[in-house]
Design a protein around this ligand. Structure first.
Ligand code: ACO
Length: 398
């Protein structure tokens, strides 16, 4: 049963819900999750069916507009996105202001926030057409921004987007292409990249989306709101998890060490957790993890990397955790980030870029929620608190 607390507030009712475990802050028609059954639906469509039959831009259209596009609508949408994929040339100066060794998430957060300085026209958030243009710009420019964050960090020239390539191919091209030689994206890797984008596109009111909604509820500039989502995503308990998975695999180092790390994860006096296991919402196998698991095997096979030592540790870890009582009782299954980390590593993407790719994918979710919020009645978000400090006291006399 759902309780609408608005009516109870007049009666002085106050709810205390750390971590927002049972408090809904909004109504939304975008994404449905049943964590106990392992169900994830976007606009009613199961995530596995979308991953199987759609591509990322079709899923973007669906999340934003509520219905799958016709062939003509999809073609038009893809052409529009391609039109907006370039970054203003002055944005290069912005990148150049960062230290060479800055984390790409720090760069992305700053650069996306800076878009608010470039596109301050069309900012009437009550106007659906103007909101739509902002959405096109964001979806189109995120792969360019993400790839440039990487290129900047390795000191290679920025690559400009190519309109003859698909969204995922273009991203791989801007990441790995150089002006010196022709780069042809591998179709299996591009497909895997596209699936990573689809599977991370939206996940209802997670920490970063709630942050975007909260920032957006004040009427703030949408690019600044998306930058706030990027900041929230950065933490290891959220988007930083796939990077943390690879760090953990490196720390384990050898298959002979796995048991010791499993014991550490179970020890309540040890802060170590098995990264990539468990989820706040899914107390059953994450449906995205199922798709990612299959994709991981396809990619490893394509690249002939099935015997990679770190990936072998990952497979063994997965097997042990699925059988161990501690993990089974607590329903700690491998989550989507466990497998996406493995795929990204195999493709050759450095771990520091993992969360950047998550942010690229999640931009459509953030934007769709921001757009939904601005399409209807919106009230500024203002959580309550349970005050635990001093009662009133007098300033000591000197
Ligand atoms: N390793 C070992 N034990 C764990 C783990 C883990 N990865 N995750 C949870 N537990 C244990 C907790 O210690 C706790 O045990 P207890 O009941 O004996 O005290 C129990 O399982 C429940 O854990 P909570 O922390 O209450 O679960 P919560 O829902 O708050 O946290 C979270 C979920 C943050 C994802 C957690 O499982 C975790 O830290 N996992 C590792 C990080 C990770 O993979 N994050 C990615 C999430 S997916 C995403 O953001 C897209």
């Amino acid at each position: 049963d759902v309780i609408d607390v608005r009516s109870l507030v007049q009666e002085g009712v106050f709810t205390y819900d750390p971590g927002f475990v049972s408090t809904a802050a909004c109504e939304s028609a975008i994404t449905y999750i049943d964590g106990n059954q392992g169900v994830l639906l976007h606009r009613g469509y199961p995530i596995n069916q979308l991953a199987e039959n759609s591509d990322f831009l079709e899923v973007c259209y669906l999340l934003l507009n509520g219905e799958l596009p016709t062939d003509a609508q999809l073609e038009e949408y893809k052409a529009t996105i391609k039109n907006h994929s370039m970054l203003h040339d002055q944005m290069r100066n912005f990148f150049n202001g960062f230290r060479r060794d800055a984390h790409p998430m720090a760069i992305m957060c700053g650069v996306v926030g800076a878009l608010s300085a470039f596109y301050h026209d069309q900012m009437d958030i009550t106007n659906p057409k103007q909101r739509e243009i902002t959405g096109h710009r964001l979806i189109a420019k995120m792969p360019t921004i993400a790839a440039w964050c990487y290129k900047y960090s390795v000191g290679q020239p920025f690559m400009y987007p190519r309109n003859d390539l698909s969204y995922a191919e273009n991203f791989l091209y801007m990441m790995f292409g150089t002006p010196c030689e022709e780069y042809k994206p591998n179709p299996i890797l591009a497909k895997a990249m596209d699936k990573i984008f689809i599977l991370h596109a939206d996940h209802e009111q997670n920490a970063s989306t709630s942050t975007v909604r909260l920032a957006g509820s004040t009427g703030a500039n949408p690019y600044a709101c998306i930058a706030s989502g990027i900041a929230a995503l950065w933490g290891p308990a959220h988007g930083g998890a796939n990077e943390a998975v690879l760090d953990m695999l490196a720390e384990i180092g050898d298959e002979s060490e796995i048991e010791r790390f499993i014991e550490k994860a179970k020890d309540k006096n040890d802060p170590f957790r098995l990264m990539g296991f468990g989820h706040r919402v899914y107390k059953n196998f994450d449906p995205r993890a199922k798709v990612m698991r299959e994709t991981a095997h396809e990619v490893l096979k394509e690249l002939g990397m099935e015997d990679d030592p770190q990936l072998k540790i990952a497979q063994r870890l997965e097997q042990i955790a699925l059988e161990d009582d501690y993990f089974v009782e607590r329903k700690l299954y491998p989550n989507v980030d466990f497998y996406s980390g493995i795929i990204l590593k195999a493709i050759g993407i450095p771990t520091s870029m993992f969360t950047v790719i998550f942010a690229l994918s999640r931009t459509i979710g953030w934007f769709s929620h921001w757009n939904e919020m601005n399409s209807g009645a919106n009230r500024i978000g203002r959580p309550r608190q349970l005050y635990t400090g001093h009662t009133e006291r007098d300033y000591p006399k000197k």
